[in-house]
Write a protein that binds this ligand. Structure first.
Ligand code: PGA
Length: 250
């Protein structure tokens, strides 16, 4: 049995006060049970939120990015190593906004994956195709190439630490969600690729989240797909009520 994960990617949103209030509402929310909940605030918010979460084991803290070198002359960056001090347990790697807006190449993404594994942070590795690739029906080969170039170099033991998020770019922040059939088909495809390269044991245990316009009204249907093990949620994770209802749907 794979334990579902509900993860909130706050992106570049919220003031310190708003982030604190949202965390408080989530901690007070009426949910429990067999699921893991993560929040990914901005770097600036991490320390304050970490302090709020102390002793509250229900919500885990993650960072939205991190640089693979431990320290050095990399102006503007925060290293994955430095993040350990903020009690961060996970990191989003390869999000389409980083791949597209900041032109992050696969070799940098692979280095980030390696550093996260080294520091025992859970990589939330994102993959997914843009609209033009989906229209050409080349989404499977596109996603496999992303995985091959920046994730499948890991050894089986290392892959066990990884969470994968399939996020079709055309569904992120657009309100246009993949249908449950589209999500299920890509998730089972990714799981099969993992089985081919690694083992049935790894493929059946690894969590594959869906991301892209998950909202309270569509969460349950998506989460009920056999190979969808929860979600990475952007916009709807910024409102306590919406995020709590998505947590409850898992
Ligand atoms: P969205 O973002 O839920 O706002 O579409 C998802 C993501 O980027 O992880």
């Amino acid at each position: 049995m794979r334990k579902p994960i509900i993860a909130g990617n706050w992106k570049m949103n919220l003031s310190l006060a708003e982030a604190g209030n949202l965390t408080k509402s989530l901690l007070e929310g009426d949910w429990s049970g067999d699921r893991e909940v993560y929040i990914f605030p901005t770097f600036l918010q991490l320390e304050g939120i970490g302090a709020r979460l102390e002793g509250q084991k229900d919500i885990r803290l993650g960072a939205q990015d991190g640089y693979p070198e431990a320290s050095g002359a990399f102006t503007g960056e925060v290293s994955l190593y430095q993040l350990l001090e903020a009690d961060v347990r996970a990191v989003i790697i390869g999000h389409s906004e980083r791949r597209q807006i900041f032109e992050e190449p696969n070799d940098l993404i692979a280095d980030k994956v390696d550093a996260a594994i080294e520091y025992e942070l859970t990589p939330f590795y994102c993959c997914g195709e843009p609209l033009e690739v989906r229209e050409l029906e080349e989404h499977e080969s596109f996603v496999v190439e992303q995985l091959e170039k920046s994730l499948f170099h890991l050894e089986e033991e290392q892959m066990k630490q990884v969470v994968i998020a399939y996020e079709p770019v055309w569904a992120i922040g657009t309100g246009e969600t993949a249908t449950p059939e589209q999500a299920q088909s890509m998730h089972s495809f990714i799981r099969d690729e993992i089985e081919d390269r690694y083992s049935e044991d790894l493929a059946s245990g690894i969590r594959i989240l869906y991301g892209g316009s998950i909202k309270p009204h569509n969460a349950e249907e998506l989460f009920s797909c056999k190979d969808v093990d929860g979600g990475l949620i952007g916009g709807a994770s910024l409102q306590a009520e919406d995020f709590l209802s998505i947590i409850q749907a898992a």
